[in-house]
Design a protein around this ligand. Sequence first.
Ligand code: AMP
Length: 315
Amino acid sequence: METREPEVIRDKEAMRRWSRGMRSHGKTIGLVPTMGFLHDGHLSLVRQSLTLSDVTVVSIYVNPGQFSPTEDLSTYPSDFSGDIAKLAAVSSSGSDVIVVFNPRNLYDYDGGRNKKTNGGGGGKVVSCVEEGGLGHETWVRVERLEKGLCGKSRPVFFRGVATIVTKLFNIVEPDVAMFGKKDYQQWRLIKRMVRDLDFGIEIVGSDIAREKDGLAMSSRNVHLSAEERKRALSISRSLAMAKASAEQGQTSCKELKNMIISELVGAAGRIDYVEIVDQETLQGVEDIKSGVVVCVAAWFGTVRLIDNIEINVTV
Ligand code: AMP
């Protein structure tokens, strides 16, 4: 089948001009923000966007603003030409229009360090307060939702996410934006931000794409050894066990969490958190009475993996 390579736009002014041009022709625009190294999870968001809007912008940008100084931005995997080939294969079916937005750096300040040339971000971006007046000054914070779950061990992460997504929204001006429920907290936080700040953008949450054996797809899986990957299956397995148990009447979150913890520990995973929270507020729940989501973050070797499962039993 003939494939069509997507156009690549690297400059933010050019991106905005392209979007406004499309809009002036009555086209609706879908945005799929990614950090690249695309897999089928990303591609499922792209396919969904193609069905919901006339044209789709896939941004590929490793956002330095969401990495803390102790997290290594430089080891984030990338394969720009592979990403383009995958997107070309997705858009091979006739009239689909996909454009890739791949800016080098979206911050005026990047510390002048650690330049990546593969289309990733610049150096570390820190706040002007942390950097003696030189850093980035304007940050978007979603005050409560940014705090729990991943926010506990990654305190600047969601500040960076909300800020970069706002910047992408302002540059691309989409009608609809796609986010994966794999990053459940991120999806909820962006939905809340859009509501609180009156962005005229529909936020769509997409189901988690999994490998055949259950492992949630992630760009980071490439860093797992074969043995770590096998042990990491304990995450999806334990989440499925917890869901089945809740559906059979177990309402105690303590019991369900213990079940998951013992599976993860049995597989020598280092647990960051196992939490059962309300699907909207992400506040901890003790007894399941309405929709909850079970969220896990755990390390296997040097790789931190996250996964979750929604449980919709009502008692
Ligand atoms: P990332 O490149 O990891 O920032 O992810 C870009 C988007 O793809 C985010 O909205 C993620 O939630 C989504 N995504 C990543 N992995 C998956 C997956 N396995 N299933 C569904 N969506 C995913």
